[in-house]
Ligand binder design. Sequence first.
Ligand code: MRU
Length: 338
Amino acid sequence: MQVHGNQYRAVWWDDGVVKFIDQRLIPYRFEVAEAHSLEDVVNAIVTMGVRGAPTIGVMAAYGLALAANQRQDLANARRILAQTRPTAVNLQAGLDSAMDDTPTRVLENAKHFDDSTVSAAEEIGENGNRLITPEMKILTHCNTGWLAAQDWGTAAAVIFKAQRAGKRPFIFVSETRPRLQGSRLTAWEMTNERVDHVIIVDSASALLMSRGEVDIVVVGADRIAANGDTANKIGTYAHALAAKAHDVPFYIAAPASTFDSGTPNGAAIEIEDRDANEVLSVEGAGGDDSILTLRIASPESGARNPAFDVTPAELITGIITERGVVRPSIRAIAAHLA
Ligand code: MRU
């Protein structure tokens, strides 16, 4: 990703330190933060300084490398990192890839996982771009771009490749309550890539589809079960239901590391429950760009905050991966990944 003329990944290793773009501050400020210890990496993931399934996987792999560098117990470090976010399976994939009986190899493995995450994201973009026709109107949800997948993205990589191919897509960016990854992060990335877009409230998608204003939906994934049921940011399922009702193609874009053959179906996917305060308040910037938290709910009320939902395979037209496009069925997925 290019920011202010410099090339960045969302997370990188720099001489014994893990550096990351602090996603809690975008779009108000662009700052690079540092993790010097396993605890710093855990904190960055839990508080969403680093987020997005593929990027979390890379961050966890580098967290293990930090622990190895500091001669910590790797099995214990792995257990701690694995518990930071339960739904995104890329985190487990990053840890599996980096783990090694020889501690000096952990960093090498983590760097390899990082590079393969970036190249998979670019290939997803290229494969998805084949589905995009000139001036197509695309709806996307949450953040799936540079920040979420290290460099290119997943669903957003499809959009960036189409834009760079001169197809001039138009994007409906759903704001993605409660943390607003759409209006804060995706809209910022679209602006940087000069992609024409508008932000919509999450609940506007069915109306737009009923009016024929959306040609295709492309979203990312945090875990894809063996049968194709897909966990992604809360609100994805509602977009998929609306797409089915209005005959709009609905695609998932995700790397092979997001598939979990050990989870038979969506009902078996653990859904992360996050702090109720994310629903009861909203964060934004004040006039001086300082970040403010405003309470937006009746003071006596509580909230439920499931962070992900599961879209059943029958609502998904296809899954775009670095290997091509696969139908969401047990057989097709197993053959695609073999
Ligand atoms: O809670 P987040 O912001 O980590 O959730 C991210 C998403 O749900 C993305 O859509 C997902 O990771 C898919 S692609 C990067």
